[in-house]
Design a protein around this ligand. Structure first.
Ligand SMILES: [Zn+2]
Length: 462
């Protein structure tokens, strides 16, 4: 089964191995010494690849969204239900970067985008040069390309499929590359970088700014850029009607890209699951996770009507490491409270910060009560403001900011506590179905997913 037309899993995943040696740090357990972990691929060819990322999705976020949906709707995540379908493959994926056991989204996204393990903070860039990202290779092969995200379209994860820059903060340059590299559909936030001047240099690209304009543009041919907010789009819980739902952006992109008979490569990111983790704001992550899952369901429905599309659903790393950690009735009550929340903690804090300092405790108590259905005690309110007075609220430096303090106090009511406000090193879920999915081994290094995609698409590898 290893002749030239049916590449083995080792062939498929070989592209990224070389950089292990160049990472600079000890590479304990590198795949070079690991035994093969999967059966050979049947060598099936995909016309399209849809790569879906719930950014910063700790396994606790996944579990609690699944449990919450079971409690609310009597069914869990659509993502989890994919596992029951024949032809779906699952893997536990490592997330580390070249210079850190805890990755950032730039290195993690780039591992998929260019197939190399690189340093935190870089986008498809290593040792002073760019490593070609997959949307550039795909376009050269005649395919259409797309990026959909709830972050700025220039943010690390979408950037890592199309751009090459030494620093992720070079978002002006990333915006320029996204336009110049011919992306067919780019939808998300980030008008601050995707400026009118830049767009004026690409007069053939249609531009939309609202959900309504996106709907009106959905049947027109040609390239489309939608920037719906200056920076990131709103959390799903706080989203105004002028901003489209992630599912709407994703399905609009798919519809347009599928018009190309040569196929397409599309990345779809539920970006702000990660931001909720950084903010120890579980309502934010929970409802963005549910919005991502609704998008997974729609994409899976679309892809399962055909046999030419490889779909991969995963995350780049955990963030915050939240989990439900109270017993008995309190555990059920915590989830019920979470499901009744009407705005994120981040939205509440933003409004509290606009208030003069002396009035902030009372305003916080009032707003948490009104929007989260929780009555905080005077002692809990006092805890939240300790970091603002320079006091520690935790012995761990990664958990002693005001958002940590609010997150910890809310854990008394939601039952959900956090490890820190940082990313985590946890292994993460990767799910794949469609042609080429059978090359997914049960354990995988993040950069190996690149080879899985390029092999399925028969793209030449750098
Ligand atoms: Zn993050």
């Amino acid at each position: 089964m290893t002749d030239k037309t049916t590449p083995s899993r080792r062939d498929v995943l070989a592209a990224g191995v070389g950089l292990l040696a160049a990472g600079g740090l000890a590479q304990a357990g590198s795949i070079a010494t690991d035994p093969p972990r999967a059966a050979p691929s049947r060598g099936a060819r995909a016309k399209n690849v849809i790569f879906m990322v719930a950014d910063g999705m700790s396994i606790g976020t996944f579990s609690l969204a699944d449990i919450a949906l079971q409690q609310r709707d009597g069914r869990g995540l659509a993502w989890a239900s994919l596992w029951d379908r024949p032809g779906t493959h699952r893997s536990m994926m490592s997330t580390r970067s070249a210079d850190s056991l805890v990755t950032d989204s730039a290195a993690a996204g780039s591992s998929w985008g260019c197939g190399k393990r690189i340093n935190n903070g870089s986008i498809c860039w290593h040792d002073g040069h760019e490593i070609e990202p997959i949307l550039v290779s795909a376009r050269r092969a005649g395919k259409s390309t797309g990026l959909v995200t709830t972050a700025r379209i220039t943010h690390a994860t979408p950037a890592s499929f199309i751009a090459g820059v030494p620093k992720r903060s070079m978002e002006d340059e990333i915006a320029r590359q996204i336009l110049e590299r011919g992306v067919d559909v780019a939808l998300g936030g980030g008008a601050v970088f995707v400026t009118p001047d830049l767009l004026a240099e690409h007069p053939g690209v249609a531009v939309v700014r609202t959900a309504e304009q996106l709907r009106a543009a959905s049947s027109t041919p040609g390239r489309l850029v939608g920037v719906f907010t200056d920076s990131h789009m709103s959390y799903e819980l706080d989203r105004p009607e002028t901003e489209p739902h992630l599912k709407e952006m994703a399905m609009t992109a798919i519809e347009r890209l599928a018009a190309n008979p040569a196929g397409f490569v599309l990345q779809i990111e539920g970006a702000r699951v990660d931001h909720g983790g950084h903010a120890n704001d579980f309502p934010a992550s929970l409802f963005d996770m549910i919005a991502f899952d609704e998008t997974v369901a729609a994409v899976a429905d679309w892809a399962s009507q055909r046999d030419d599309t490889l779909v991969i659903v995963t995350t780049d790393h955990g963030t915050g490491g939240p989990d439900l950690s109270v017993y008995g009735r309190q555990s059920f009550r915590g989830l019920q409270t979470l499901l009744g929340v009407r705005h994120t903690l981040s939205w509440v804090l933003e409004h509290v910060r606009e208030t003069p300092a002396d009035d902030q405790p009372a305003r916080l108590a009032r707003m948490i009560n009104e929007h989260c259905g929780v009555t905080l005690s005077d002692d809990e309110i006092a805890w939240v403001f300790r970091p603002a007075r320079g006091e520690r609220v935790n012995g761990f430096n990664g958990a002693t900011s005001i958002v940590s303090a609010l997150g910890a106090v809310m854990a008394n009511h939601f039952g959900v506590g956090y490890v820190s406000t940082n990313h985590t090193a946890e292994r993460v879920e990767a799910t794949a179905f469609g042609p080429g999915a059978d090359a997914l081994p049960t354990r995988i290094e993040n950069y190996e997913l690149h080879g899985l995609m390029t092999a399925a698409l028969a793209l030449p590898t750098g």
